[in-house]
Write a protein that binds this ligand. Structure first.
Ligand code: DAH
Length: 336
């Protein structure tokens, strides 16, 4: 009978380390282990013996299994406790830095513009990006043959009469319809769409529209407002130029140029050697537009202007290609 008394096994288990426990398990309970063998040999015993020896052997085997498992658990727990004690965590150490995102340069510029105008007393208005022909063109006094109405410039929707707005100016009409005949002073930032695609034009870009309507609003108010805005953004000393222009919805119309920030007006490719960069379109609201919005042009007057946000961002951050602002390349974006 090769099995030994229980105490023999317990002593050996007590002495074993972690790999030792596993070695004992194999030596006793593995396929060719001594206890496995002893159990196998039960078959050759006489029946009256077999029952009693078998019971004892099985009890022994169970006790050994249980003690092996206990010892293994205890050794593993000891090892873990030891490791944790030697790898003590210093809670006063600074944490791992977490990568945090930040606003897109276009959002930064738009926020700056909005806060400049809000400080001047403007309210923020919004309008839909899917517009009807009347708000986008008709009410803004675009003649039927005006090139901007051409399918080349705008995205028409399959549903008749709808298009993706080509500018934020239709918000002028919507704001007027909500406010007439009361005075109005709003800006309207938002996305606009055109069928353009090159280094300085994208199919989708952003504008901020501004509109002021009140009694006796004059060109002087317009000039002072855009000059204040440009100087707040680009600095008090930035050279400014007001240049006559044409828009169907303003009369007279003017554009604001700032001295080229790339070449300090010495002349470069970006300002086409002129020393000036165009920043916004503006003018006194056309009487027909006031009427379309529900105002009486005999009672009130107004000024309006529209700023391209991508363009301003390019000037402000000296970015040479508008597509950099639209691609989402982190090598570019993480510089802001
Ligand atoms: N809507 C014009 C455009 O997208 C910009 C503009 C010009 C807006 C003159 C105005 C304005 O409000 O008075 O080109």
């Amino acid at each position: 009978m090769p099995a030994k008394p229980l105490q023999f096994y317990l002593d050996a288990i007590e002495q074993a380390d972690l790999p030792g426990v596993e070695a004992l398990r194999v030596a006793w309970l593995g396929r060719n282990g001594t206890l496995t063998d002893a159990l196998r040999q039960l078959a050759s015993l006489e029946p009256e013996h077999r029952r009693q020896v078998g019971q004892e052997l099985n009890r022994l085997k169970q006790a050994v299994e249980q003690h092996l498992a206990q010892r293994q658990q205890q050794l593993a727990a000891d090892a873990l406790r030891l490791r944790l004690a030697s790898e003590a965590v210093d809670l006063s150490l600074p944490g791992e830095p977490v990568a945090v995102g930040h606003p897109h340069p276009l959002a930064l510029i738009q926020d700056r513009l909005v806060s400049i105008f809000v400080a001047m007393g403007f309210a923020v208005a919004v309008g839909p990006e899917v517009e009807d022909d009347w708000h986008n063109f008709e009410a803004l006094n675009f003649p039927h043959d005006h090139p901007a109405r051409d399918m080349q410039d705008s995205f028409s929707l399959a549903a008749g009469g709808w298009l993706l707005r080509t500018h934020t100016s239709p918000v002028q009409i919507r704001a007027m319809q909500l406010s007439a005949p009361r005075p109005l002073r709003i800006i309207a930032p938002g996305r606009v769409y055109r069928r353009d695609d090159d280094a300085t034009h994208a199919t989708s870009f952003h504008q901020i529209e501004a509109l002021v309507i009140d009694q006796a609003v004059s060109m002087a108010h317009l000039k002072a407002t855009v000059a204040t805005f440009a100087r707040t953004l680009f600095g008090q000393d930035v050279p400014l130029r007001f240049r006559p222009s044409y828009f169907p919805f303003t009369e007279p119309s003017a554009e604001l140029d700032v001295g080229c920030l790339f070449c300090q007006q010495a002349g470069c490719a970006l300002c086409k050697m002129s020393g000036w960069l165009e920043v916004l379109g503006s003018g006194m609201v056309h009487p027909k537009v006031l009427t379309a919005g529900g105002y009486d042009p005999e009672q009130v007057s107004g000024f309006a202007f529209g700023v391209g946000i991508e363009r301003l961002a390019m000037l402000y951050y000296q970015i040479p290609d508008v597509r950099l602002l639209l691609e989402g390349d982190l090598r570019f974006l993480s510089q802001f």
